[in-house]
Write a protein that binds this ligand. Structure first.
Ligand code: MSP
Length: 596
């Protein structure tokens, strides 16, 4: 027998194809922390973290974009849990104060508290329906949050970070911020009236003059630059990090952090000055501290916090928030994970265009796991992605229904596996060899089989590395590729043609099924953070017990390395039917036509 080496083993022994190339970031490597997965295996450097979504404005129902922010965070949170990181926390909630909400309530003929209660419940329901596994849901109208904000304000004041000044400028209510002339454009309406809008969002601005409390943001330019230089993964992915550095290269004017109470009543009053209301962004950002019990118990978690945010709110999270924290005597969060936006058939999603996608309708149409899979498989954080129904149907049919579901169905069919057990692997059919490219394969396996088994063996590490790099779509792409390869392996050897009554044929037949089920077990385990229900169904069918579903001890094909396989001979779980139903072409357009 050939000497044992180059094993298609579990993640503790990196197999031959090296993990995917790491991104180059245009800065010298020593500055960069390496990802835990590529450093020493998927289970390394795991510790409890606070992961957060942005808190959602309570002025309208949830849409596709909101759900995407939440799903990215959910997949990371679930994946960390499966890596054995301990009981991490995962927060979400609703942002309920400010002019935007005050005006939306007035327009709806209701009061702000009533509107917020209704919309907040819609968000909670939508996230729960999408299996977003949040551990904390915060509403900024809750007393625990108001207490935290007042305390935070006190810390800023005590440390000399606030002063009162007269402020005038162009104010954009929908974006809740003042804008400099350089960020404005002039427009003319149908009556010939000229008005100014924000260049970035297109929202109208109004000249506003008030007495405000100002935050000494300008004093934090150097500390912010140092923080970023020392923590090159603090804002991630890299293009967003570069964007923040670029902003910090410009002037950083002080920030108005309160509004006159006469204009804005729906908000937290400035402690000790009832004529002023705290700026909604200061109020909202502090939610990340309120959920961890600021000002009493936050020390157990802070600054081990990772915020998932959309690119439109990057400046608030990567400039204002770290500066506010430093000013209040707290360290900045560990990481800000940024994603881009979804468009719909190439257009920005907007109420006026009537193309806002309702996540609940999508879930009704494509199932919870189907829709989760689609958004995470097709969403690329670095760039905007386009939504249309045909794409959802195509991706789900080909990857979940046909490739993954078909593979499970074919490899567990009673016609080829009448005992319905996890069959035995035969070392004589699939012997361990030094190098499949140089040695004539022994047994029944071909060079192609060795290559395929090596690529599945490297999958857990690759997937962990992509999760660490906030590239969940790439992790899913790798899994989809391996599923295709496994189908190729199964098809190539036509197990249905082998005669179970012939001893030699039986050994090879069982080995083919064993290898295929091992692949499915790895795919099911790795897919849990993204499609929890489907993965559970798959793993239950393979009789994988809950305590055998972790990522830190995921080994693939241990028998190839001469180690025992706990699954061999085990009775498979009951057949609970099709893993993922094919979607009919007729379901296309249904969602886009059913608008919010
Ligand atoms: N309330 C603020 C966040 C305060 S966090 C301290 C807010 N809320 S929001 O409801 O407008 O947006 C919440 C999230 O949804 C943001 O991350 C935003 O980027 C995301 N999305 C809104 N529209 C989106 C798309 N079209 N596509 C993807 N995500 C988008 O901002």
């Amino acid at each position: 027998m050939a000497p044992a080496a180059s094993p298609p083993a579990g993640p503790e022994q990196p197999p031959r194809p090296p993990p995917p190339p790491r991104r180059t970031r245009g800065r010298p490597p020593p500055l960069r922390r390496s990802s835990s997965a590529s450093a020493s295996g998927p289970g390394h450097r795991c510790r409890p973290l606070l992961l957060s979504t942005p808190i959602f404005y309570a002025n309208g129902p949830p849409h596709l974009g909101h759900l995407y922010s939440a799903l990215l965070a959910d997949a990371l949170h679930r994946q960390r849990g499966l890596r054995g990181a301990g009981p991490g926390r995962f927060s979400t909630g609703t942002d309920e104060h400010g002019l935007k909400i005050q005006q939306a309530a007035a327009a709806a003929g209701t009061s702000p508290p009533e509107l917020c209660a209704r919309v907040s419940a819609l968000f909670r329901q939508a996230l729960t329906q999408a299996a977003v596994s949040f551990t904390d849901f915060i509403r900024t109208s809750e007393p625990r949050h108001q207490r935290a904000v007042c305390h935070f304000w006190g810390a800023l004041q005590e440390r000399g970070a606030l002063y009162k000044g007269s402020y005038e400028g162009w104010y954009c209510t929908p974006d809740e911020c003042f804008l400099p002339e350089s960020q404005l454009a002039e427009r003319t309406d149908s009556q010939g009236r000229t008005y100014k809008v924000s260049l970035e969002t297109g929202h109208e601005v109004h000249w506003t003059k008030e007495e405000n409390y100002m935050f000494r943001l300008s004093a934090f330019r150097d500390p912010l630059q140092k923080w970023l230089r020392d923590n090159p993964r603090a804002v991630f992915p890299d293009p967003f990090y570069q964007r923040v550095l670029h902003w910090l290269g410009d002037d950083l004017p002080d920030l108005s952090v309160s509004r006159e109470r006469s204009r804005l009543q729906w908000g937290i009053p400035v402690p000790g000055d009832s004529t002023q209301t705290i700026y909604v962004w200061v109020d909202a950002l502090v939610n990340y501290l309120s959920v961890v019990g600021y000002p009493e118990t936050h020390g157990e978690w802070w600054p081990a916090a990772h915020h998932v945010v959309g690119k439109d709110i990057l400046k608030f999270h990567a400039v204002y928030w770290p500066a506010l924290l430093m000013a209040a005597g707290l360290p900045p969060p560990e990481q800000i994970l940024v994603h881009s936006h979804w468009t719909v058939r190439g257009q920005k999603m907007s109420k006026s265009l009537g193309n806002v996608i309702d996540p609940s309708a999508c879930i009704g149409q494509y199932t919870v796991d189907g829709f989760r899979y689609f958004l995470l498989r097709q969403g690329v954080p670095e760039r905007d992605c386009d939504y249309y129904d045909e794409k959802v149907v195509k991706v789900l049919n080909s990857e979940l229904a046909d490739a993954l579901g078909g593979l499970l169905n074919r490899s567990t069919a009673l016609s080829i596996n009448p005992s319905n057990t996890y069959p035995y692997f035969s070392e004589s059919c699939f012997p361990k060899i030094l190098d499949y490219r140089e040695t004539k394969a022994l047994g029944r396996a071909s060079a192609e089989d060795y290559e395929f088994v090596v690529s599945v063996a490297s999958l857990p590490l690759q997937v962990a590395s992509y999760f660490e790099d906030f590239q969940i779509y790439k992790a899913l792409e790798c899994i989809a590729l391996c599923v295709r390869q496994t189908n190729g392996f199964f098809q190539r050897h036509r197990p249905w043609k082998l005669n179970r009554n012939h001893p030699a044929e039986k050994l090879w037949l069982d080995t083919i099924i064993h290898v295929t089920l091992e692949c499915l077990r790895v795919f099911g385990t790795l897919l849990q953070p993204v499609i929890p229900c489907t993965a559970d169904k798959l793993l239950s069918r393979l009789a994988v017990e809950p305590e055998e579903r972790g990522l830190s001890n995921l080994t693939f094909l241990p028998r190839y390395n001469g180690k025992p396989c706990p699954f061999e001979g085990r009775q498979l779980g009951p057949d609970t039917g099709v893993l993922f139903h094919r979607l009919e072409k007729s379901s296309q357009h249904q969602i886009e036509n059913k608008r919010l």
